[in-house]
Design a binder for this molecule. Structure first.
Ligand code: STX
Length: 327
């Protein structure tokens, strides 16, 4: 069913401000920004942002009933308010998993629900596989397992068949003789000593992702690529993780799936997700027979799409209601 007349604000909770914020030193180099909002005595839920390099956003609070949840957000290494900005050294998946446990302990939370989309789903799954005892449930959106086929689909040849117009500037930014591996070609530019080269590449890399994130592209969303402070961290960190195959073996998540098969899991997936196509959600669901897969028929990749947001709120409301009834 098409829901084009319903506004995002009608399916989300109202905007709220954090009741606590801080900076947590997680290594000799990195300090991460965190915040809590909602109810300090509420059910703990950790929100894991995308990218990697996307940073957490105030709107993410609105996917949770603020009376029921103690909502924890943080910016992963190098992005958002974390420092140093856009830093790639000592920035990898294992470090992020450790940071999440460091933050949990710092906030004196024993176990929490984990909510993440896109790269946030990747990191949620890997975190849960390494610390299953800390995870009460998973709410995942736009499943991304970061396998070679998924990277090739989005950054080289796949989504380009559906969005040839948006693909052209992303591809043309790279000279013909380097176009056979666009991720590598972008990485060279995103790590150049020349700040203008870095910024130019960051803008095209980010535009491609923003242009393809929704079933109905939103021009305001595209402006994110014009914000070079956002784009440089987002593009550099994504590209760093992807050239390094996210620092784990191919198919790590599916290979270790038995570690999390007991964890209650909801998967919300837009049918027309061009960034993270539905096959990954399907494969994850098949590997986790107890998971609940919701394929949203009228959406792409973004949690800002109304019908995706609605399903995410249904999932978090049901967590809140379960605890009220049984806890
Ligand atoms: N990257 C997908 C991802 O995690 C391949 C992602 N895409 N856009 C975002 O994240 C933001 C919403 C954080 C910009």
């Amino acid at each position: 069913m098409l829901n084009t007349s319903v506004k995002l604000s009608e399916v989300l909770y109202p905007p709220i401000e954090p009741f606590a914020k801080g900076m947590l030193e997680v290594s000799s180099l990195h300090t991460i920004a965190w915040e809590q909002s909602g109810n300090p005595e509420g059910i703990p839920v950790l929100v894991i942002h995308g990218g990697p390099g996307g940073g957490s956003q105030p709107s993410y609070r609105q996917y949770f009933n603020p009376e029921s949840f103690n909502i924890v957000q943080f910016d992963q290494r190098g992005c958002g308010d974390s420092v140093p900005y856009a830093e790639l050294e000592d920035n990898n998946t294992q470090a992020s998993v450790r940071d999440i446990e460091t933050l949990r302990t710092h906030l004196s939370i024993e176990k929490w629900h984990v909510f993440g989309g896109s790269w946030g789903s990747t990191l949620s799954l890997i975190y849960a596989q390494n610390h299953p005892e800390s995870v009460l449930s998973l709410v995942l959106r736009g499943i991304f397992m970061c396998r070679k086929s998924e990277l090739y689909w989005f950054y080289q040849d796949g989504a380009s068949h559906v969005f040839p117009d948006a693909f052209e500037p992303y591809q043309q930014h790279i000279p013909m003789d380097e176009q056979d591996n666009l991720i590598e070609a972008y990485y060279r530019r995103l790590t150049s000593d020349d700040v203008e080269v870095r910024r130019g590449a960051a803008k095209e890399w980010t535009r491609w992702e923003m242009a393809t994130s929704r079933l109905f592209p939103d021009p305001e969303y595209l402006d994110k690529a014009e914000d070079l402070d956002f784009a440089v961290a987002f593009a550099r960190i994504e590209c760093h993780y992807f050239t390094n195959a996210i620092f784990v073996e191919e198919s790590y998540i599916l290979n270790h799936i038995q570690k999390i098969q007991h964890i209650p899991t909801v998967i919300v997936q837009g049918r027309y997700d061009m960034v993270c196509p539905t096959r990954s959600a399907w494969e994850l669901h098949q590997a986790m027979p107890n998971s609940n897969l919701v394929i949203v028929p009228d959406a792409g990749h973004s949690m800002g799409e109304v019908s995706i947001a609605r399903e995410l709120v249904i999932a978090t409301d049901s967590i809140a209601n379960d605890l009220t009834h049984h806890g």
